[in-house]
Design a protein around this ligand. Structure first.
Ligand code: BGC
Length: 536
């Protein structure tokens, strides 16, 4: 009997809701450590906001004037590198493992940071940001995959939410560091913030070396024993415990089933698999890929990075007489402290309500900023109202769309296309991040379109579109194993998904399918899994 069939045979679940072991503190901590990757991501977004506003930096890199063109390239080149890094990362994660890819990302990132720190001219700085971006691309795409694949389903949303929390902490740390070094009249003003990035890469790389690879990666490679070992370690249970046997069986059965629907025969076909199936079928790979990439696009369309990339410049423009660095710091603090709210709401209310109402809250706040600014943008009290609503906008983002978009992309892809699907979605986040970073200086620059607060009319309308989008297209994945999410997508539409409940049928129908495969095709597909481990 092929090993995969034997694994499925051994499992005798009497309740589909008991697929997973109870969550132990150790399991929780192991999963949460990976979230540290968010620090790197956030710090990189954050420190550039601060250093491009520093007098010393402007003097050294722009001869007293960092033009809109230069500024947009310095900020956005990282996102371009990250976009490319995220695309490649999906392949690497399937070939070498999720964990190894993240560790490689730390090394590439450290190289990029070294180049930036060595630079005192524009060219090297740009090159360094691009290389660091490649590393962040590996890390940001694969950490989500890693975390979603190892986390117990009951806390998966909260655990992936921790990743967003770390992103916000990274942005805040960058703000604090640049706030502290901004007045230094030496190159240390920007070199210190850049050098601190090594610490994050070191902690993440070393820490991950001690964590296990994901069981789902091993299943995809046909290494069932390794998968069992990893799962047992992650769940804090002996390998032969009923919990491990059942959870492993579900992962294997589901993978088998998905491989029957979307067989993958070579390198190109594994990529093409992401685009198979019809547009009207909400469980088709194509629909999942569109969902993941568009969700990340809409997350960027909320305009959040307008604040995190350019708030120092924007607040200076409002001319309230309060240090713009300090105001930016406030936005980053609110970003940090509002994120943990989502740990509870995402598991209690679910992903859909979070995204729908979060977008509504953001749209309202942004329209208030736009209207107040356009009507009386020079009045000091009105400016205070504007700044308050910018902060409220950040509150809504941080407690909803910030974590929500990452949580959902980790959950909607079936195993055969998961690594590439998550990578494509993350790449989409960075692509739109790049586009926004490029165009923003032209929208608000005093010598350019000079939209000032009116720019919030654009972001507010986008947030309204985010709300409609979430209502029509985002499914509810709360409380389901990744395998049950697959069934749910097949059996319900996004709008009916929150009512879908896992039943015994899913597991047994999958099991039946595998038995048939084994009987009809003498299990060749299962054996192929082991033999052709490097082709998928
Ligand atoms: C977004 C970033 C953003 C950050 C702010 C993340 O989820 O992808 O682009 O800067 O949240 O906290």
């Amino acid at each position: 009997m092929p090993p995969a069939v034997a694994v499925i045979e051994r499992a005798k679940p009497d309740d589909a809701n008991q697929v997973e072991a109870p969550v132990t503190v150790k399991a929780y901590l192991m999963c949460a450590f990976a979230a540290f990757g968010g620090i790197l991501f956030g710090y990189d977004i954050g420190y550039i906001n601060g250093i491009t506003g520093m007098q010393y930096f402007i003097q050294e890199f722009g001869n007293g004037n960092v033009t809109a063109g230069k500024k947009s390239l310095i900020v956005s080149i990282l996102s371009l590198g990250t976009f490319l890094g995220a695309l490649v990362a999906g392949d690497l994660a399937d070939w070498f493992g999720r964990r190894t890819t993240v560790i490689a990302g730390c090394l590439v990132f450290a190289l990029g940071a070294a180049l930036q720190d060595a630079s005192s001219a524009y060219g090297l700085l740009i090159a360094g940001r691009f290389v660091a971006g490649l590393g962040v691309g590996f890390i940001s795409a694969i950490i989500i995959l890693y975390m979603s694949e190892i986390a117990p389903r009951k806390v998966r949303g909260a655990i992936v939410g921790c990743y967003q929390f770390c992103i916000t902490i990274g942005i805040m740390l960058a703000s604090l560091v640049t706030y502290g070094t901004q007045h230094l009249n030496t190159s240390a003003s920007y070199r210190v913030p850049i050098a601190i990035q090594f610490v994050w890469a070191l902690i993440l790389g070393l820490g991950l070396a001690f964590l296990p690879e994901t069981p789902r990666y091993f299943i995809k490679q046909g290494k069932i024993d390794e998968a069992a070992k990893s799962l047992a370690r992650l769940r804090g249970q002996p390998q032969d415990s009923a919990f491990i046997v059942v959870e492993l069986a579900e992962i294997v059965a589901n993978h088998e089933y998905e491989m029957q629907i979307v067989p993958q025969t070579g390198y190109l076909s594994t990529w093409l698999s992401c685009f198979k199936g019809g547009l009207r079928n909400s469980s088709s790979p194509l629909r999942r890929t569109i969902l993941g990439t568009s969700l990340q696009m809409f997350q960027q369309f909320t305009g959040v990075n307008f604040i995190f990339y350019y708030s120092t410049t924007f607040f200076a423009l409002l001319n309230l007489g309060v240090d713009p660095f300090l105001l930016s710091l406030v936005t980053t603090l609110v970003n940090v402290f509002s994120t943990p709210i989502s740990f509870w709401t995402v598991e209690h209310f679910g992903r859909r309500p979070l995204l729908i109402y979060g977008a509504l809250g953001m749209a309202i706040s942004q329209f208030i900023v736009a209207i107040a600014g356009t009507a009386a943008g020079t009045n000091k009290s009105v400016i205070k109202v504007e700044i308050s609503f910018v902060v409220i906008f950040i509150f809504f983002f941080a407690s909803t769309w910030g974590p929500g978009a990452w949580i959902v992309i980790g959950e909607i892809f079936s195993l055969p296309i998961r690594s590439r699907g998550v990578a494509l979605s993350t790449a989409s986040n960075w692509l739109w991040n790049f586009v926004i970073a490029i165009v923003t200086p032209y929208m608000v620059g005093e010598n350019e379109a000079n939209l000032r607060e009116k720019v919030f009319f654009i972001w507010g309308s986008m947030c309204f579109a985010c709300m409609v989008y979430a209502y029509l297209l985002v499914p509810e994945t709360k409380g389901l194993t990744l395998e049950q999410v697959d069934r749910m997508l097949e059996e319900s539409s996004p709008r009916t998904s929150s009512k879908w409940r896992p039943g015994m049928n899913d597991f047994y129908s999958v099991r039946k399918q595998s038995e048939n495969t084994a009987a009809n095709a003498t299990g060749h597909e299962l054996e192929d899994m082991s033999a052709n481990k490097n082709t998928v």
